[in-house]
Design a protein around this ligand. Structure first.
Ligand SMILES: [Ca+2]
Ligand SMILES: [Ca+2]
Length: 346
């Protein structure tokens, strides 16, 4: 193996063994200024500092500075697979794949209290949901550039949708300017699922749409209450410092590039605005009977007519950005306000 393999360029991908060796032998040579999330992948404004993935694993311990490079690379896949994923670890499985962040296993309380401002009846009853295993979610909403790679690869032709003047989706494109780092929009729920299926096939990993509980867990980031961040100082019910909602006060009149606002404690971006997100769940107007294990709710006869969407978009007020807000749309809805995120099993 040549040393110049380790001169990483943006978008460079290493297999697991090579990546491990890279970390152990060369990570200490990375200057602190490069230890920002996503460094070496793609440029994104305002990303917070987060630790580089570490090698505190069985395989890592076996690979010492004294051990032959070849031996480290030759570690059996089983040893690497036994590596416990560390919460906060950021990775992607291919050049054009979404950047994923590992969320911890754990239990959280899903739903909202009756006295939360803006709360609606479908947000209760509050109930515990337990994720027995860590899992990963795309830390940004699936980006236009990632979606375009899928379209290029499959040749899929996006139909038009939404007939409101000025708000049409034309062959999958919104009417406003859309760069590669703005969220992909205009796909219906089935097309969002097809993207996840494509990722699974392409990478050999299990990708899927987030369940509603995974989505709430991801955006709460360990917080309770309406938001995982404070309101803007002296501005009432305003979250312009943390999310893209209606109006230009947050700096954006349409969608914003992924990661334009700070991440939450789990390393998840844009959980409270920009575009709504499809989930895997059928909508039921209460949590009575909802799964408690993080799986999607599928026990509805109207899943096609009523699919859960989560988040908020650039056209609506901040009260709809609350962590526990739920909405629903027909699965064949398309809009310049509606995108999705993906989850990956670990
Ligand atoms: Ca805005
Ligand atoms: Ca709602």
């Amino acid at each position: 193996m040549k040393a110049d393999l380790f001169h990483l360029r943006p978008g460079t991908l290493l297999d697991k063994g090579a990546a491990l060796v890279y970390k152990i032998f060369f990570a200490q040579r990375i200057s602190p200024t490069h230890r920002t999330a996503g460094a070496g992948l793609v440029g994104t404004p305002q990303r917070r500092e987060e630790p580089l993935e570490t090698a505190g694993s069985l395989a890592g311990k076996l690979c010492s500075y004294r051990l032959a490079l070849a031996l480290c690379v030759a570690l059996p896949g089983a040893a690497l697979a036994a590596t416990a994923p560390l919460p906060g670890k950021v990775f992607k499985d291919c050049k054009d794949c979404p950047e994923m962040v590992v969320l911890p296993a754990g239990t959280f309380t899903m739903g909202t209290p009756e006295d939360e401002v803006g709360r609606e009846a479908d947000e209760g009853p509050m109930h515990p949901v337990t994720f027995e295993k860590a899992f990963a979610v795309s830390r940004f909403q699936v980006l236009s550039g990632e979606w375009n790679a899928y379209i290029r690869d499959t040749g899929y032709k996006m139909p038009d949708g939404d007939t409101r003047p000025g708000r049409e989706c034309l062959a999958g494109q919104p009417r406003y300017p859309q760069g590669e780092r703005q969220p992909a929009v205009c796909m219906d729920a089935h097309e969002a699922q097809a993207f996840a299926d494509w990722l699974s096939k392409k990478t050999g990993r299990k990708y899927h749409l987030l369940s509603e509980s995974q989505r709430e867990y991801a955006v709460r980031g360990g917080s309770s209450g309406s938001f995982p961040f404070p309101f803007d100082k002296d501005k009432g019910y305003s979250i312009a410092e943390h999310a893209n909602t209606y109006g230009p006060a947050d700096g954006f009149s349409y969608t914003s590039p992924g990661g334009s606002f700070p991440a939450n404690a789990y390393g998840v971006y844009d959980g409270h605005g920009n575009v709504y997100e499809w989930t895997a769940d059928c909508y039921v107007d209460s949590y009575v009977g909802a799964p408690a294990d993080g799986s999607p709710r599928l026990d509805s006869q109207e899943c096609e007519e009523r699919r859960v969407i989560r988040g908020n978009d650039w056209t609506e007020a901040p009260v709809f950005s609350r962590s526990g807000n739920r909405n629903e749309r027909s699965a064949i809805t398309r809009g310049d306000w509606l995108g999705f995120r993906v989850a990956r099993e670990l």
